[in-house]
Ligand binder design. Structure first.
Ligand code: GRF
Length: 192
């Protein structure tokens, strides 16, 4: 087992591209960082984020979602093996059960591309534009069994311009996501 001299061990769960994973890893490589990403798990074995993790020699596993129980049990084995202190869901498109959350018994964070409690679930930017909102944004929150409903840790807004379409908004919000996720991780880890 890797010796990390006091660094907290973070696992990131992804389903696809992994740009948030990248920003978290980048941040963790800063001098004096209090955490290290040592495990990446994806329900999608073809996720680009897994390839990125492999390139950086971070332990990574594609765990097919044969059933929720199967996925969760296999993931828990890895989480125990690598003595993980925190899970960060980053573009992870599955819902974790209450049983899993209880068994892991350590913080699980999620990023959501809206100003929660507004627009839980999918198509957040489409809904913000349709409602002619003045602001969009991103939220990091604790994971509970209820989708996108756990306690908010950090949130940042961005102005919606009249000229903004879904793609513009997605781009703007993603930039904010990359900014606030590492900050939220530090905030929670330093309070443990
Ligand atoms: C992000 O917009 C995140 O908020 C949402 O899914 C997207 C994942 O992007 N849940 P990436 O895989 O981190 O690039």
């Amino acid at each position: 087992m890797e010796k990390l001299t006091g660094k907290k061990k973070v696992a990131v769960f992804i389903s696809g591209r992994g740009s948030n994973l990248k920003s978290i890893v980048k941040y963790s490589k800063k001098k004096n960082s209090i955490f290290k990403v040592i495990l990446v798990i994806s329900n999608n074995p073809d996720a680009y984020g897994l390839k990125y993790a492999a390139k950086l020699k971070i332990k990574n596993y594609g765990v097919k979602f044969k059933s929720r129980t199967n996925f969760e049990n296999r993931s828990l084995q890895f989480l125990e093996k690598y003595e993980i202190d925190m899970i960060c869901l980053a573009g992870f498109m599955k819902i974790l059960s209450e049983k899993f959350i209880k068994k892991f018994a350590k913080p699980i964070l999620n990023i959501h591309p809206s100003l929660l409690p507004k627009y839980k679930g999918l198509n957040t930017h489409e809904r913000a534009l349709k409602n002619k909102d003045k602001f969009a944004g991103a939220t990091i929150h604790h994971v509970t069994q209820k989708l996108d409903s756990g306690k908010i840790i950090l949130q940042k807004k961005v102005k919606i311009l009249k000229s903004d379409g879904v793609i513009d908004l997605r781009k703007k919000v993603l930039k904010i996501e990359h900014e606030i996720y590492p900050k939220a991780i530090i905030k929670i880890l330093s309070s443990l």
